[in-house]
Design a protein around this ligand. Structure first.
Ligand code: UDP
Length: 235
């Protein structure tokens, strides 16, 4: 079993059945799943997206300055981080928000060592604000933080149950990979994460497991070595 994980949660999934914002039911399910794994003694760092609230790129399409739009996106991830920390606290799981950009007292400023200290104390470290830089995504933020905090694996929670030969929501003949190398992702042109994130993981040998986080119990299954999702490895 993994000792330390970096869990990436998508902002979009937090919408649950809603069109925008945070679905309390989905949020509570995520918190339960995370606590279940924390109770196993696993150290958990979490990077959460912000697509349920704001994305810089779509803002730029509507005339926003891209850098300001991305900063709005990073603030969106921080809103989600606060919501998740609150949901975890309410079920008795200690959690702390560390922000890429100084915004004390909303969170403490992130550093690798503070994050490790928090996780070693049994708290979930929620790493908000992505990388802190515009033109990046939270996938890249989670690859970066996963490497920095020396996680054993990056768990990318999505709404599909792994990596497919084609988009399974559009192509019914698509089949799932149980495992795949980083290079196959490039060569087959698969859209798993943006290439910056994939490259960071490859260059630093951080394995990725893509799995469906929206099915309650799946995070526990990944942690207890049940064969779900798709493993991305070096080969
Ligand atoms: N963002 C950014 N730098 C980062 C991470 C995120 O500028 O390091 C901004 C960017 O505008 C992005 C938004 O935050 O669109 C929300 O993140 P993302 O789209 O990755 O969220 P998700 O798709 O996981 O919900």
């Amino acid at each position: 079993m993994y000792k330390r994980i970096l869990l990436k949660l998508s902002g979009e999934s937090l919408m649950g059945s809603k069109q925008y914002g945070i679905d309390e039911v989905r949020l509570a399910e995520y918190a339960q799943q995370i606590k279940q794994v924390a109770d196993l003694g696993v150290q958990i760092g979490i990077v959460i997206g912000g697509g349920n609230i704001f994305r810089g790129l779509s803002g730029a399409g509507k005339g926003f300055d891209r850098v300001k739009g991305d900063q709005m996106g990073m603030l969106a991830t921080t809103i989600n981080a606060l919501a998740l920390s609150s949901a975890l606290n309410s079920i008795g799981q200690k959690a702390r928000v560390l922000t890429a950009i100084n915004m004390f007292p909303i969170g403490e400023q992130y550093s690798k060592w503070r994050a490790i200290e928090v996780m070693e104390a049994g708290e979930v470290a929620i790493l908000a604000g992505g990388t802190g830089c515009p033109y990046f995504t939270t996938d890249t933020g989670s690859a970066l933080r996963g490497i920095e905090i020396e996680a054993d694996v990056m768990l990318k929670g999505t709404r599909v149950d792994g990596i497919y030969t084609a988009d399974p929501e559009k192509d019914p003949t698509a089949t799932k990979f149980d495992k795949i190398t980083y290079d196959e992702i490039y060569n087959k042109g698969l859209k798993v994460m943006d290439l910056t994130a994939t490259t960071l993981c490859r260059d630093n040998k951080l394995p990725i497991i893509v799995f469906n986080m929206d099915v309650v119990g799946n995070l526990y299954k990944v942690m207890t070595d049940e064969p779900i999702g798709t493993l991305v490895y070096e080969g």
